[in-house]
Structure formats: C-alpha cells, structure tokens
Design a protein around this ligand. Sequence first.
Ligand SMILES: *Cc1c(COP(=O)(O)O)cnc(C)c1O
Length: 409
Amino acid sequence: MSDHSVHDPSSTHTALRLRTAAVHAGESPDPATGASAPNLVMSSTFVARDAIGFSAHDLDDDSGFLYTRWSNPTVAQLEAKLCALEGAEACLCFGSGMAAATGILLSLLSAGDHVVMSDTNYAGVAELGRDTLPRLGIEVSLADTSDARNVEAAIRPETRLIWLETPANPIVRLTDLEAIAAIAAAHARAQVVVDSTFATPVATRPLELGAHYVLHSLTKYVGGHGDAMGGAVLGSRENIGALRLEAAIHYGGVLSPFNAWLIMRGAATLPIRMKAHESNALVVARFLEDHPRVTRVIYPGLPSHPQHDLARRQMDNFSGMLTFRLDGGAAVAERMARELEVIHYAVSLGHHRSLVFWLDTPGLMESSFRLRGRQLESYREYAGDGIFRMSVGLEDPADLCDDLARVLG
Ligand SMILES: *Cc1c(COP(=O)(O)O)cnc(C)c1O
C-alpha cells in the first residue's frame, strides 16, 4: 500500500563500500523538498491511507507507517544504515543497549530453556543472566568463552542461546566467533547472539562468521558522541520480524526518532572515527607499556595481548578500548578523578571524548560476576586485582599521554 517501504533496507545501497555505506545507506534526498539530510520525523502516529488492522499481527513488510512504537521513518533509516554496515537483512532499534538485550532474551527464551553465557560481559547483561532469567525458569551456564571447548562442554539438549561478547567488557578478552558458531551449528536449537558493541561492524561482522543475531549499544561507538542512548539487534528478516512483533511492539522499549537522527549522524562517520580511535589507542597503549609504573596493558592491537593472533584474524580494526594495571590502583583512581584535565573519569565508552574508569576485581566479583575457580583465575589473568578501563577518544594522543603521565607521576 505504501510508497515508503518500512523494513526493506536491502532495496538500496547494498553494494556500497563501508565508508560510503556509512554516509549514504538508508538515506536519500527527501522527494518533497530535496533536503539532502534525513528528515527527523517526530510523529507518534501516521494518517492511514487504507483501513488496515490494528493488531501487531497485521503488520507485514509492506505495511506503511502506522504508529512509532511499530516503526518510524527516521528510525527505519537508521536501521537500514546499520544493516548495510553489518551485512544484515534486517535490524530493529531499541531505546538502549539494555533494552535490546532484554528484548532478545525475553522474546526468545521460555521457562525450561538453557543459555550458555559468557562469564564476563557487560555488567547489566551479566546481572540479568544471574538474577532475572533464573527467576523466570531459564537456566544460565556461565562459560569462559575465550576457549571454545568451554562452550561445547556447557551445551545441553535444551540450550536455546549462546550469548557472546567480543571483545568482552571490561577485560577486552576475545572470543573466536567462527569456532563457536561451528559448535552451535551441531545443536539445532542453539542460536548465537554476539554483543559486538566494543568491536563495531568496522572491526567484526559476526553474522558473516555464523552468528544468528548481533547486538549493539548504539550509545557507544555507533552514536559516538556520548549524547544519545540507543540499541540495535540485527539478523535475518524472519528473526528480526519476530523480534519486532514481540520486543518492540509488545515490550515497547523503542528508540526515539530524535535519538535515531543523532545516532544516524554519528554512524555516518563511524569508519573514519574507528580508524582514529584505533591509531590513538595504539599510541596510548605503547605509552602505557613503556611507563615504569604500569605493570600490564591489554589491547588487542598489541602483540602482548594474549589473543593477538585471534584479534588479527577476527578484527579489521582493534577499536579504542584498552585496560591497564598498576600497583595501588585505587589511590591512583582517586587522583584521576580529581586531577585529569583532558580525559574524563567516567563510565561508558566509544565517545569522541576519552574516558577512563577504575574497576576493582573484588568489587566487581561481588556486584556483577561472582566467578570462582578457573573462571576467576582467567579473569584475574587479564585484570589482576583491578584495571583501569580506558576508552581512547579522538583527541590528539600526545595530550592524552601527557594527561596520564601527570597523574601517574
Ligand atoms: C553499554 C553496553 C551495553 C548496554 O548499553 P546501554 O546503551 O548502556 O543500555 C551492552 N553491552 C555492552 C558491551 C556495552 O558496552
């Protein structure tokens, strides 16, 4: 019925190279005004041209816009751009990365199902896996996914999802996606979800490596400017269509068109920003490795990263996330909060501004991860008693090193 297709991002711009797709995919000059920039359509409802049904079940790929919780022209443009970047058939945006995570977990899982989840991942997802899912009758096994054999050992007949994050927050440990997708393929019910927020589609495209779903916190690198929260899940047309029905239309945690518009502007420069994040991070990582007080630096782009070979195989860009360790971290963290002049002492990541935050291992074990035995040992190999997690921004890297040098003494 409609001359503007809602969920068919593949109709335009499929063959563009990454940087061109980032700028143009999902966008075209407005036919009414010729506007070169995308319209911001702040409308919750749309005047219907046909008498169509009112249930979410009446929505199909050819439906026009009806109500913004179902879909919105500006959000749809961002979804099309993200599809082009990830090489996905379909995308669904959410109001935050956590809304995307709960949307996919709650819509796919039922009581009696089993999930294998990375034992180290975004704290909100870790806590959801530890507290919320078991309350709903869903069993979660935590695995150190950096060794694919641990995933294989944890799979059961009732395993429905394998939840991965690479590089994993906060320790920047990697997971071999191809190896785990191959394991999942032998188990008909098990689908692979990859939280690819740290990598971005510039570094890694998990769907091409066999994952069923890829998730992003758009609040981070994709938006890139620390101003708008958002999330996205990408996958096959069929899977994302089902997700839209359940997680967007029924759970309702959808992305505001205004935030979609801001995030779309950020996404246009994602490939060139990631280049700059990577080259800045390499400068900062080398500076820290040479600093006498710093005992360990973890950055996928350094040969000293325990999985540097996997990083080179799986990442076209090493991103801007690194961690470092030194003796007396907690006291240095206090100095950082008071004395850093350029770098912000703050949580979050992927912004043009550099951010650093101290994460002490015992505290994080109590609040989020609760690892024991070999899993705790593996975590501590990366993080010791605590790490500074740094999101290297787009400033001149010499100013970042000067800022750190002053505080580290
Ligand atoms: C931030 C983050 C999330 C959650 O995203 P929000 O937009 O803050 O809700 C999920 N996963 C990873 C890896 C993140 O860094």
